[in-house]
Design a protein around this ligand. Structure first.
Ligand code: SF4
Ligand code: SF4
Length: 332
């Protein structure tokens, strides 16, 4: 039987990187029928407070990570009241070579983002614009794209509805003429299978996807005493959840990742509970227990590529990354 002994991404095994997934606000000006944040939104009426925001950004550099990847989502992040402060803190506490910010926006308020971002042209910020065509039509999207001044910082994402490949290609061609160059067209997945109503042409399109993700992940298995390494991409694990079942393994989620909620609470990842006695409004980030130690995964699914890329290992057969050992030795 195959036993997973190591997993993650090569990059994260070599370097002490950190992923910070942020939901500083949950409010949104769209009401998508498929929004998976609808339930979460009911639990978070408030936005992350200025105190908690400063606590987070001023203390993260003290962890001395090699690289920080911020993934900022919402709700709609441009509606976050303290968005300008967030940019100010990124500028103040981080140097451009050791962080990147990916911000997920629905694209309806690009003018507002442009106003904020033009104050900080040197920031390493990328926008992932998800097109929600049931909420805003393609023509309005294209008009906003044509007016936005920073197309080179954007990736345009579209979840393809069956039968709409021609429309998607048309959107891409027009967006390219405005200076956009980065696109992702994703299939709708139902129970680990692509939507059954895609046309043959659309199935062929996904088979030779011209806009693939460059996520490089691996699992190392023990198979009859031999180690076997399997590389895979985000697209592959979406179709085969068994690839990302790390239940019982040691994982650096918490040490190398955190999910920050609007009320100031923190969880190590999407599938691990929030720390019960910790809140950024009351405690310094440096008191957050998980940033100092590996945790044991209790989930049978780890399906979010930023977290899947974090080092995980089976302590019976493998050790954690060498930077963890060095940290533990120097803190003795
Ligand atoms: S834009 Fe995103 S957050 Fe807003 S309703 Fe749609 S799916 Fe939900
Ligand atoms: S679900 Fe969380 S704890 Fe489990 S392997 Fe994934 S990132 Fe680690």
């Amino acid at each position: 039987m195959n036993t997973i002994i190591k997993a993650g991404s090569d990059q994260n095994w070599k370097k002490n990187n950190m992923v910070i997934a942020c939901n500083f606000n949950m409010n949104c000006n769209f009401k998508c029928s498929y929004c998976f944040n609808q339930n979460t939104r009911k639990n978070f009426n408030e936005q992350l407070s200025p105190k908690a925001l400063h606590n987070l950004f001023s203390n993260l550099p003290l962890l001395k990570k090699d690289f920080y990847s911020f993934a900022i989502a919402g709700g709609e992040p441009s509606l976050y009241e303290y968005f300008p402060d967030m940019l100010k803190y990124i500028n103040e506490f981080f140097s451009p070579e050791n962080y990147t910010v990916f911000m997920a926006t629905n694209g309806s308020l690009l003018h507002r983002l442009e106003d904020y971002l033009k104050e900080y042209p040197e920031l390493n910020v990328h926008l992932a614009i998800s097109m929600h065509l049931e909420q805003m039509d393609a023509e309005t999207y294209l008009k906003k794209f044509s007016q936005f001044k920073f197309p080179n910082m954007c990736r345009i994402k579209l979840m393809l509805k069956p039968g709409t490949l021609a429309q998607a290609n048309d959107i891409i061609e027009k967006a390219k003429s405005f200076g956009y160059a980065d696109f992702i067209i994703q299939p709708i997945i139902i129970n680990s299978n692509v939507h059954p109503d895609y046309t043959d042409e659309e199935k062929l399109f996904f088979a030779h996807n011209p806009y693939p993700s460059n996520t490089a992940l691996f699992n190392e298995y023990l198979n009859n005493g031999q180690t076997v390494k399997k590389d895979f991409t985000k697209e592959e694990f979406v179709l085969n959840p068994e690839l990302v079942n790390y239940s019982g393994l040691q994982c650096l989620a918490g040490h190398s990742s955190m999910r920050v909620f609007a009320d100031g609470s923190i969880a190590p990842c999407h599938f691990h509970k929030r720390a019960p006695d910790f809140n950024l409004n009351m405690h310094s980030l440096l008191e957050y227990i998980y940033i100092y130690q590996p945790i044991t995964c209790t989930s049978t699914y780890c399906g979010c590529h930023g977290f899947t890329a974090i080092p995980k290992w089976n302590p019976e057969y493998a050790e954690g990354p060498s930077y963890l050992k060095k940290e533990q030795i120097s803190s003795r």
